[in-house]
Structures are given as structure tokens and as C-alpha cells.
Design a protein around this ligand. Structure first.
Ligand code: ADP
Length: 399
């Protein structure tokens, strides 16, 4: 059974074609600069070098056509006809309070996701364009929506209600939603597998640290708290996002600098975090390099990130009444031994003891705790596409 997984941004479309009989990736690629000059598709058939085609791609419908052309190509393709595609799975960012799991895309689902546009104005319209492009090209193919917010719908109300008048939750649905759910779900389940224990019996803290970051408390396989919230700015500092902030700073800065809502939103989402503090870059590799050369603001930015993660590990261990395993994932979590060591140092009091040699690892599943560590510490490369492909297969077969 072949399942195509699609992740649409406002000017991009990422795809992976899975053979679900053995969960292998047959081909993957990225369409970039949709609707902008210089648009192109980069396609990789597994086992071959990537191929790049530069062509005019004005919208997501044309982008999807280019994807199918590549998949059918004599040389770089992996299928003979589009009929071989059994289903398409879409990454969708926001499903509000409507869905706590993946669903078959129907008119009602599209309406619900459209209703969530005010909650995710940058992402949901692009995700819907992807669904629409597939419907145009392949009207009869089953499509499944897999939502970033779904995994966190198990949070108790004391974790998701903010301390503002309750009427705004009722009126505007202002609450913590959380994101990166598919990643937290994947790595927590994989951790249970690696531990050889049922996930129902485990308390796991998952640290998804990439350009965007979030930490999640997963108790018995369910998200019980997470650092991202109504939007994608809170929690630990990120590449360009501020992380937690005293809310009073916002009106104060607006007053002092004459910012309007767009300028303050740009400041918090695009100019803050690692970039804003270091003044060097939003990319941790650049920040690390500057920091090694003695740049004190780069050093400060790193410290703030690692301190933030450490603090949430403590908080979530308290929230769950203990922790069995801590998982690091995504670009930073998978690839940055220094960060993992800094975060875990000082947590020996709660049973966390890292093995420095095992920690010198990048990008593969591995235990990095010392043998006598009460809490297991793991590096697990995330695989959101695989979760989407699995859910798509399951829901399509269920009909
Ligand atoms: P996104 O959230 O956009 O998917 P990623 O998960 O790819 O982002 O994470 C990107 C982050 O990972 C960047 O800050 C990058 O510097 C960091 N990263 C990638 N490789 C390394 C590395 N070898 N050492 C430290 N940081 C790394």
C-alpha cells in the first residue's frame, strides 16, 4: 500500500512517498518558492542523487502536479500510474478542540479546519491549499488530516486554561493547544518501545528542540502539559521566537517604541530567541561557533535555551510526580551533545545521570544515560512523516 505524505507551507510543499508494506520511503522531495520567482522542485528517489527542476510554479495545484510528474518520471519516478497511490496524508497544524486524533478528510473536516484559520493564520490556509490541490488532481483518493494539536487534546483543563477571565476561553477559545504533537507522540512511543515497557506505565518528558521547540509531559502515553500554547511563541526560547515572556512587556514596548500589533508580533516571532539575544543567528550552529570564539551574547543565548529546557524538565517531573525517561529530538535535540549535557547536568538529584561517551552521538536512536541512572535519557530522531503515513494507512483501511 503506497501512501503519499504532504506537508504544505505558504510557499512550500514537502512530500514523501511510503511503501507501507515495509514502511520504507520510496521517494521524497520539496517544492520551494511557490508563487515566488525562482520556484523549483527538488526530488530524491531513494538510492539516487537528488534531482532539481527549476520551473514556474504559481500555486499549490501546479506544485502538486510537479510532484506527480516526478513520481511518474521514467528515470526518477517510483510509480507507473497515479492509481498506485492508495491515500494521501496531510500534516495540518491546527484542529482546535475539534479533533483529538487523525481523521479522514470530508467536507465537515475542511469546514472545521477553515474555522481554525484565525488560530493558525500562517499554517492552516497553506495546509488547506494542499488538501485542495490533491482533491483537484485526484478527486477520488482518500485523504487523511494529521494534526499538530491533536496529541495535546488530552491535557487537563488546569494545564490548558490561562489565568485571564474565563469568558475569553468561551468566546474566542483562548487556551493552550500545544504543537509538534505528532513528534511528541512518535518519540514517546518509540521511547517506550526502546525501554521495552508499555507506554501506559511510563512518565516521559519529550524535548523537541529545533527551530521551533516544545517540551511535553507524557504520562501513560498522553500529553498532560506542553510548553507551546495558544500560539507558537511561549515556552523555551527558539530560533527567532521569544519563549515565555512577562505579558506586561508587550503593551510597555508598544508604548515605548510605538509598535502596532504587527510590529510587536514580528518582534516576538521573527526577531527574538537565539537570534534576538545573540545578535548572531537563529541557527544554533552559528551561535555555538560565535560562542566558542568568546562572543558573550552568543554564550548567553545558549545558556538561556538550556536553562529553559532544564527548568521545564523539573516542572514536568513535578507535574507527573516523577519521570522515567527524558527524550531529546529534532535538529538541536538530535545533534547537539553539548546542549544535552548542559541541560542534564545538575539533575543528578532527581536521578538523571548522563554518560558523556554515549552522549557523543548524533541523529540516531540511542540511550545516553549512565548505566546507574534511575532516569533513562534517550536521543530519538523524530519521524513525523512516518506517523502521518501510519495514521493515513490505518484510517483509510478502516474506511
Ligand atoms: P525545524 O523546527 O525547522 O524542523 P530542525 O528540527 O531542523 O528545525 O532544527 C534546526 C536547528 O537544529 C537549528 O538551530 C540548527 O542549528 C540545529 N542543529 C542542526 N544540526 C546541529 C548540530 N550538528 N549541532 C547543533 N545544532 C544543530
Amino acid at each position: 500500500m503506497k501512501v503519499l505524505v504532504i506537508n504544505c507551507g505558504s510557499s512550500s510543499l514537502k512530500y514523501q512517498l511510503f511503501e507501507m508494506d515495509n514502511e520504507s520511503v520510496l521517494a521524497k522531495g520539496l517544492v520551494e518558492r511557490i508563487g515566488i520567482a525562482g520556484s523549483r522542485i527538488k526530488h530524491t528517489k531513494t538510492g539516487m542523487d537528488p534531482v532539481v527542476k527549476e520551473t514556474d510554479i504559481p500555486d499549490h495545484n501546479v506544485a502538486f502536479k510537479e510532484v506527480t510528474t516526478m513520481l511518474l518520471d521514467d528515470r526518477y519516478g517510483v510509480i507507473k500510474s497515479l492509481g498506485e497511490l492508495a491515500a494521501v496524508g496531510h500534516r495540518v497544524v491546527h484542529a482546535g478542540e475539534k479533533y483529538a486524533g487523525s481523521v479522514l478528510v470530508t467536507k465537515d473536516v475542511i469546514d472545521a479546519l477553515t474555522e481554525c484559520i484565525p488560530l493558525a493564520p500562517l499554517h492552516n490556509p497553506a495546509n488547506l491549499m494542499g488538501i485542495n490541490a490533491v482533491t483537484e488532481a485526484l478527486p477520488d483518493i482518500p485523504q487523511v488530516g494529521v494534526f499538530d494539536t491533536a496529541f495535546h487534546q488530552t491535557m487537563p483543563s488546569h494545564a490548558y486554561i490561562y489565568g485571564i477571565p474565563y469568558e475569553y476561553y468561551e468566546k474566542y477559545k483562548i487556551r493552550r493547544y500545544g504543537f509538534h504533537g505528532t513528534s511528541h507522540l512518535y518519540v514517546s512511543n518509540r521511547a517506550a518501545e526502546m525501554l521495552g515497557k508499555p507506554i501506559e506505565s511510563l512518565k516521559i518528558i519529550t524535548c523537541h528542540m529545533g527551530n521551533g521547540s516544545s517540551i511535553t509531559a507524557v504520562q501513560g502515553g498522553k500529553s498532560v502539559d506542553t510548553t507551546l500554547g495558544f500560539g507558537t511563541t511561549p515556552g523555551v526560547i527558539m530560533g527567532t521566537r521569544s519563549g515565555d515572556l512577562d505579558p506586561v512587556i508587550i503593551p510597555y514596548l508598544m508604548q515605548q517604541e510605538g509598535f502596532d500589533t504587527k510590529s510587536i508580533s514580528d518582534l516576538l516571532n521573527k526577531k527574538s530567541g537565539l537570534l534576538g539575544i545573540s545578535g548572531v543567528s537563529s541557527d544554533l550552529r552559528d551561535v555555538e561557533e560565535a560562542s566558542e570564539k568568546g562572543n558573550s551574547r552568543a554564550q548567553l543565548a545558549e545558556s538561556i535555551l538550556y536553562y529553559g529546557v532544564k527548568k521545564y524538565i523539573g516542572a514536568y517531573a513535578a507535574a507527573m510526580g516523577g519521570v522515567d525517561a527524558i527524550v531529546f529530538t529534532a535538529g538541536i535535540g538530535e545533534n547537539c551533545p553539548k546542549g544535552r549535557e548542559t541541560i542534564c547536568s545538575g539533575l543528578e538529584f532527581m536521578g538523571v545521570k548522563l554518560d558523556r561517551e554515549k552522549n557523543a552521538t548524533r541523529g540516531k536512536d540511542r540511550f545516553i544515560n549512565a548505566d546507574d541512572s534511575a532516569v533513562k535519557v534517550l536521543v530519538i530522531p523524530t519521524d513525523e512523516e512516518l506517523v502521518i503515513a501510519r495514521d493515513t494507512k490505518r484510517i483509510t483501511l478502516e474506511g
